[in-house]
Design a protein around this ligand. Structure first.
Ligand code: GGG
Length: 347
């Protein structure tokens, strides 16, 4: 039987609840479709940091490299570990080391979910550059604690990085409705973002069948609220993509529904699948986290592993559950109840 090895990193807070829920659903789907999933769990988290002084061991990346995929819950416990330490100690090194340069985040309303907008007929695929840009980690501070203190943080945009993420977006647009929106702030950021616009225009010549529009980030934020149905594939830099996809989560009913995939398109290393949400300390340990974003991320993992029928079945089960009003209102149903409902719809 075909067996996929998956590294599970539940992480912090609600990460554990939603990862275990997603795993139960994925294992059931695997059984139905004649393949197996083998999990190895890693305790890497802020609790691990408190014990060891690091978010993961020094050979953590090499340990993960041997897996077919990584399923991650959430990272962050700011009362004990500064967010900049936990993020730069686990999530960002994995994305960068494994060249997971395409962070794919779908935004659509699941049936039965009431979003905040008047219209619900949108289906947006946000593609966030995931390895450089504003998250490059290049910078420093001098004269700390004095009135002469200076902090510098440099965004890094490389031709290779910008071209490959835009090309990924163009390919996605071609497989969908043929529309691509590229997001920058090239009126204000006259080097990096003008560079991004130029590469967009250059690639547009290679994809004459794709209709390309360029937006400034502020105009795109407004469009996602006022006319989300006019958008399809949206490509943005690391920070802009991060912000836009929280907006995307909001219009799809909340972070409990927002899934994501950190994809290595060349398949030279494992890809990683994680809900967009963080560890949500305010509801951690209450058993009320919505597992749907994690389950949806798991379905994206099955698709990436080459099991599209199982992936579709998982999403159909989720949609049947939300159609019945289960998991559609924050806190109304327990994590376990939503998971059991999805499992029963899977059959
Ligand atoms: N689900 C993973 C997680 O904990 N995300 C929270 C977060 O802050 N992520 C940062 C990012 O995606 O840039």
């Amino acid at each position: 039987m075909k067996t996929y090895s998956v590294a599970l990193i539940p992480g912090d807070g609600i990460g554990r609840d939603v990862t275990l829920a997603a795993w139960a659903v994925l294992e059931a789907a695997a059984k139905n479709y004649g393949f197996a999933l083998r999990a190895t769990e890693f305790p890497w988290s802020c609790a691990y940091y408190k014990e060891t002084g690091a978010m993961m061991p020094v050979d953590g990346i090499e340990t993960l490299r041997g897996y077919d995929a990584i399923l991650l819950g959430a990272v962050g416990w700011p009362v004990e570990v500064p967010d900049a330490v936990s993020l730069h100690g686990l999530l960002l090194p994995i994305r960068k080391a494994f060249v997971q340069y395409a962070n794919v985040r779908p935004h659509r309303l699941l049936p039965g979910v009431q979003g905040p907008l008047k219209f619900g007929n949108f289906d947006i695929l946000c593609i966030r550059e995931n390895t450089e840009g504003e998250y490059s980690g290049a910078g420093g501070r001098v004269h700390q604690g004095t009135s002469d203190e200076v902090a510098v943080e440099t965004s890094i945009f490389t031709r290779r990085g910008v071209e490959r993420i835009l090309r990924f977006g163009f390919d996605q647009a071609r497989q969908r409705s043929g529309k691509l929106a590229s997001v920058t702030k090239s009126n204000a950021q006259k080097y990096s973002m003008v560079f991004w616009d130029q590469i967009t225009n250059m690639l547009a010549l290679e994809y004459p069948d794709v209709e390309v529009s360029s937006y400034h980030i502020d105009a795109m934020a407004a469009r996602m609220v006022m006319a989300p149905e006019s958008l399809d594939v949206v490509v943005a830099s690391n920070l802009f993509g991060d912000i836009l996809t929280d907006l995307g989560a909001a219009i799809q009913g909340g972070l409990g529904f927002a899934a994501s995939a950190n994809i290595n398109p060349g398949r030279t290393a494992p890809s990683m699948f994680e809900p967009v949400h963080g560890s949500a300390p305010d509801i951690a340990h209450l058993g009320i986290a919505n597992p749907i974003a994690a389950i949806w991320s798991g379905a994206m993992m099955l698709e990436h592993l080459g099991e599209p029928d199982a992936a579709r079945r998982v999403m159909t089960a989720v949609e049947m559950v939300t159609s019945d009003g289960i998991g559609t209102v924050p806190g109304e149903h327990k994590t376990d109840a939503i998971t059991v409902a999805v499992l029963s719809r899977l059959g």
